[in-house]
Design a protein around this ligand. Structure first.
Ligand code: ADP
Ligand code: MG
Length: 237
């Protein structure tokens, strides 16, 4: 416990919420504490990622322990890996059960960037990771399309749900990335629609943001029940 507090202090990690798990000392703990598959550790090493960033140290154990996570850390501090790594570990391997994870990003560029990062981390595993494009909404028969992880903007995904193209009832992990921007861009209605479509009662929701204005705190409160709140550095920098 003392050690957890010291490690958090050293990395300016602030946690609130009941029973928050210990922060990671290093990436090796992904395998010693959580039995992480070797492909993932191999990819981390290949990318030259030697140490977890502060947000990764705390958000990864929170999500691996099955808790909802509400995370805020500055731009460029590795938030993508903080949710992609536990997502890949929880999903374990590709399946034909339909979409099991959804990542919402505020813009198409961010969605395609996140898709690339996700694929880089999943290399060596057979996960099907799909970016929701216009063509996909228009043409794909989602009942036949194999997809484990779907990445989309809220609007595209809402359109696809409306057209009865996608079934999100089996989604186990829902991430709202850059939630401050999602909110600023007025996507609340679409987000709400997607949140409702992910109707599985055991879905784990998480919210990542670079800033924490009151409206993001409010959004977090409305969609999460018992989240661990992780803030790195100061709130609005
Ligand atoms: P954010 O979403 O917080 O703005 P990103 O997830 O886009 O940040 O990460 C920023 C950059 O840092 C990316 O190029 C990413 O590959 C890199 N990165 C992520 N985690 C680590 C790490 N543990 N060590 C070194 N670089 C990392
Ligand atoms: Mg990001």
């Amino acid at each position: 416990i003392e050690q957890d507090a010291l490690l958090r202090k050293k990395h300016h990690i602030h946690v609130s919420g009941s029973n928050s798990p210990s922060p990671l000392q290093n990436f090796a703990e992904l395998s010693s504490r959580y039995g992480c598959d070797s492909y993932l550790l191999h990819n981390l090493a290949e990318l030259g990622f030697k140490e977890p960033t502060p947000i990764q140290r705390q958000a990864i154990p929170v999500l691996l322990s099955g808790r909802e996570c509400f995370a805020c850390a500055p731009t460029g501090s590795g938030k993508t890996l903080a949710f992609v790594c536990p997502m890949l570990m929880k999903l374990k391997h590709a399946s034909k059960d339909g979409i099991r994870a959804v990542i919402l990003c505020p813009t198409r560029e961010l969605a395609s960037q996140t898709t690339r990062e996700c694929k880089r981390m999943a290399k060596g595993n057979k996960f099907r990771i799909k970016l929701m494009t216009k063509e996909l909404v228009r043409n794909a028969d989602f009942s036949k399309l194999l997809c484990d992880i779907l990445i989309s903007t809220p609007l595209r995904l809402q359109l696809a749900i409306c057209k009865k193209k996608v079934d999100l009832s089996r989604v186990e992990h829902l991430v709202l990335d850059e939630s401050d921007k999602l909110f600023e861009l007025g996507m609340l209605k679409q987000i709400d629609y997607v949140v409702k479509a992910c109707s599985n009662t055991s879905v784990i929701r998480s919210l990542f943001s670079a800033t924490l204005p009151d409206f993001v705190e409010e959004l977090a409160r409305t969609i999460m029940h018992d989240a661990v709140r992780v803030v790195v550095g100061r709130k609005n920098t």
